[in-house]
Design a protein around this ligand. Structure first.
Ligand SMILES: [Mg+2]
Length: 132
């Protein structure tokens, strides 16, 4: 991670508790700033409000108004590079393939430990830097 400037992360989940959990975990890895959205529609608004972009986006699979896979498709229509991690539950596991096809770079299944979450974050960023 770049030590000079904070990493900008967008957390998209209809559960504010899940967003807090992700925030707390990410704070342990360094200087991170956050934007949050409760559904896909809010996420697109947050993305337009941050023209400088994000270094990482977490997208919950199941949300009201606009679900995660639709959101990933909408993001990928104009942004092919920002790493996206899909957050699913055990029951939504079959949607992971759909999410990857839509352009998600990685996924994590709820419930997860802070350690598992951080590992997934690091792996996603490393894979992104290799691909870049
Ligand atoms: Mg949800």
């Amino acid at each position: 991670m770049n030590k000079e400037s904070p990493m900008h992360v967008l957390l998209v989940d209809d559960s504010s508790m899940m967003r807090s959990l992700q925030k707390r975990a990410l704070t342990t890895i360094g200087d991170v700033t956050f934007a949050e959205a409760g559904d896909g529609v809010e996420a697109l608004t947050a993305i337009s409000a941050h023209p400088e972009g994000f270094q990482l986006i977490f997208v919950d699979c199941n949300m009201p108004n606009m679900d995660g896979i639709t959101l990933v498709k909408r993001i990928r229509a104009s942004d092919k590079v920002t790493p996206i991690v899909m957050v699913t539950t055990e029951g939504e596991k079959k949607r992971v393939i759909e999410a990857i096809k839509a352009g998600a770079n990685n996924y994590i299944v709820k419930p997860f430990t802070t350690e598992a979450f951080i590992e997934r974050v690091k792996l996603t960023l490393v894979l992104r830097s290799i691909a870049a």
